[in-house]
Write a protein that binds this ligand. Structure first.
Ligand code: FE2
Length: 139
């Protein structure tokens, strides 16, 4: 179901080349999860994708928070809390993996898709606007 995949487009740009690149890569990794319909929750392949995503997300959050700090973004704390909340939720899904819950891949897929699209579209756009208005893109 192609229409259910995450697609990056220039409207999602945060006007920072390296963060845009990371968002595109994140979408790509999540799409491999969306594409793995019927994947076994206890399979090595599923565990491998989840690990790859988790590691990439950790790096991305760290870089994004460093950027927001650099531009003096006043809502950094709130934004970082959203990142924390995401990590907490994904950790819950990891517990589901251990329980071998067969509905987990589908549930995780829709969570990831909704969360990332909304986050990049709404929350990340807020720091882009701030950087633009303050004339401080950090570069
Ligand atoms: Fe973010």
């Amino acid at each position: 179901m192609q229409s259910h995949f995450l697609e990056w487009n220039p409207e999602l740009s945060v006007d920072n080349e390296s963060l845009d690149k990371q968002h595109r890569e994140l979408f790509r990794i999540i799409n491999t999860i969306l594409d793995s319909e019927g994947i076994e929750v206890q399979s090595e392949e599923f565990a491998e994708i989840l690990t790859r995503l988790t590691n990439y997300v950790l790096k991305h959050f760290k870089d994004e928070e460093a950027y927001m700090h650099q531009i003096g973004y006043p809502k950094l704390k709130e934004h970082a809390l959203e990142h924390k909340d995401y990590s907490r939720k994904v950790a819950m899904y990891n517990v589901g993996t251990m329980d071998r819950d067969p509905s987990l891949p589908a549930n995780l897929s829709s969570f990831l898709q909704d969360w990332w699209l909304d986050h990049v579209k709404v929350s990340d756009q807020e720091y882009r606007r701030y950087a633009g208005n303050s004339g401080n893109s950090g570069t």
